[in-house]
Design a protein around this ligand. Structure first.
Ligand code: UDP
Length: 328
């Protein structure tokens, strides 16, 4: 199997590339290194079935060539991270909408190549009263356009509409995967993600920056579980045309408890420092209090069960940031 991974030098993309290579498959990667890094794929460069292109998915002639040579496309290239989206709104919207349109259009015109498209739990938006578990068909509840966080949710929703339209109108095989707070080695905290930020702060003895009251909660998924799920879906004919949550509802924790757990596991004495959302991001920033994936659809279609506990996931991140990856 010949795989193309857009965003393949990113956190999730590089793990996916590694797993597909380990299965003996061919992997080509395209990444413009906006949030990805050469360091993420350095260990893959010597593999004979691996190739990479530092370029943009907006480069249509190159994308034509790469998609033509592939059997399936994992479209992971996107602007990600709450902080990154807020700091780079224009580039984020352009990449997420125009880039996806190029990928889908070429995949269709070059012979209806299968596209597995990364989306996000951000698509759901805010909690509805009394409900914090999100299933694929739930309504989306968003804030105003003046709150830039919601642009990410909207661009990925447009991507989903586009992919689903190719499936319904053209019968091009697509699978949409909504990742919920995926973590593991190689993730950087630079774009806002809480786990690598807290781990780095704990290791260096700096204050751990808990936003707001820290009583908000998330479910964290280990990267190895996320990769298992995405490959199970991409190789399953029953998944085509579907939208799937990928997450681990068991690993549910408040941000306060996460900070304390990381501090303890890292053997750190960092104090917890509470910071208001307006200081951390901007005036009027909105967060969702709780977010938990319903993965019954994923389980039903693929038999997937997440395997990695939050403690084991954190162990991997602490190890990585302490030894391999301290400069991120
Ligand atoms: N968060 C925090 N301190 C940080 C970064 C994030 O308390 O330094 C909080 C953030 O407000 C949110 C949670 O951690 O409630 C998860 O944030 P992240 O940006 O990792 O993911 P998302 O908000 O998309 O779930």
């Amino acid at each position: 199997m010949k795989n193309l991974i857009t965003g393949g030098a990113g956190f999730i993309g590089s793990h996916l590339a590694e797993e597909l290579l380990n299965r003996g498959e061919e992997v080509a990667v395209i990444d413009n290194l906006s949030t990805g890094s050469m360091r993420n794929i350095a260990h893959l460069k010597s593999r004979s079935k691996f190739s990479y292109h530092i370029n943009t998915i907006m480069n249509r002639p190159l994308m034509r060539r790469l998609i033509k040579q592939s059997d399936e496309v994992y479209h992971l290239a996107a602007a990600v991270g709450v902080k990154y989206i807020i700091d780079n709104p224009l580039e984020s919207i352009r990449t997420n909408i125009n880039g996806t349109e190029i990928v889908l259009d070429l995949a269709y015109s070059l012979g209806k190549k299968k596209v597995i498209m990364a989306s996000t739990s951000e698509v759901y938006g805010k909690n509805r009263p009394g409900k914090s578990t999100f299933s694929e068909d739930d309504d989306r509840v968003l804030g105003p356009t003046t709150t830039s966080r919601w642009s990410y949710s909207c661009t990925k929703a447009v991507d989903e509409f586009l992919a689903l339209a190719y499936w319904h109108e053209k019968r091009m095989p697509v699978v949409i995967v909504r990742f919920f707070n995926t973590c593991g080695p190689r993730q950087t905290g630079r774009y806002g993600m809480v786990v690598p930020r807290f781990v780095k702060q704990a290791i260096s003895g700096e204050p751990i920056t808990v936003y707001d009251d820290g009583k908000q909660s998330r479910c964290f998924t280990d990267i190895s579980d996320a990769i298992k799920a995405i490959i199970l879906l991409s190789r399953n004919p029953r998944a085509m045309g579907g939208v799937f949550n990928i997450g681990n509802p068991e690993n549910n924790i408040t941000i306060n408890a996460l900070a304390k757990k990381i501090r303890k596991m890292a053997g750190s004495v960092s104090p917890l420092k509470h910071i208001s959302y307006s200081k951390a991001y901007h005036e009027g920033f909105e967060d969702m209090r709780h977010r938990k994936p319903d993965i019954s659809k994923l389980k039903r279609v693929t038999g997937f069960e997440p395997a990695v506990s939050i403690d084991d996931m954190l162990k991997g991140v602490i190890e990585d940031l302490r030894h391999g990856n301290g400069r991120r």
